[in-house]
Design a protein around this ligand. Sequence first.
Ligand code: NAD
Ligand code: MG
Length: 295
Amino acid sequence: MSEQIYNPTTKYHHTKFQKQKQTAPALQCDMKPIPDCGEKSYQGHQRLAGRKMLVTGGDSGIGRAAAIAYAKEGADVAINYLSFEQKDAEDVAKVIESVGRKAVLIPGDLSDESFCKKLVKQAHDKLGGLDNLTLVAGKQTAVEDIAKLTTEQIVKTFEINVFSLFWVVKAALNYLKPGSTIITTSSVQAFQPSGNLLDYASTKSAIIAFSRGLAKQLASKGIRVNCVAPGPVWTPLQICGGQPSEAIPEFGKQTPLQRAGQPVELCGVYVHLASEESSYTTAETYGVTGGYHTN
Ligand code: NAD
Ligand code: MG
């Protein structure tokens, strides 16, 4: 039987999105349409059998798609999220458990260094090991005018998007063994920053430098570090201030593929970077952008 072939411009939602707004952090279960995170559409092939993974931002969007794909590839998965997002997180746990894998739910705020340490220890202890960090959590709040960009927002965005990576990785190095992998999440915004995302785009550039440098530091320990740089993807981040409300209907339309991506279209890259298939790949950035350049 041959695999069905799709036109990428029409494979997923490609017409206008309905205008919608939630306060941050938004819930995926209240979005219209609900993003496709591979709950039904992702097919695993045991490429991560027996691995123990920690995914931040694993309740929704891109992190949820990675967590679900990892479980379908045979891994046990701990996910971190904010306590407000408990419902989305419980839905992810159900999917992970439905394919016979262990799900560990660890809510908490990554902008708190002491929580980052606790998160890693709990993930390790409850999973019975730790082979991978998939660092996907992020904050994005569009502000049109730098004069209106508050110091509070700048600091919070850097704490969540950048500082937490240092804190989580530092704690995890107590556990990660040769063959382990770390995957960070940047953005096309690191390469083509929008005028209204100055703080966010700066953090996404910092994540690339962090990932490349860390890859060099950890190579001799046998730990690989790579980064995924998504383009516009239909997730809760965008409808709770990541984009101005009026930009939502046309979100993703300006890409060469003329539509927003769905989270499930990213998870194959996360699986690849976590698996043995990518054993000669480190310090790399993988763009999944609908056609935007990442260099
Ligand atoms: P999302 O809203 O589904 O995921 C972001 C997650 O970050 C939330 O679910 C939340 O659990 C977590 N988070 C936010 N603040 C936190 C905090 N203080 N402590 C703990 N967790 C916190 O949206 P997404 O688009 O899937 O975002 C995932 C990543 O992808 C982000 O790093 C984002 O920058 C990146 N990204 C997204 C797009 C896009 O278009 N959606 C494009 C490029 C990059
Ligand atoms: Mg969420």
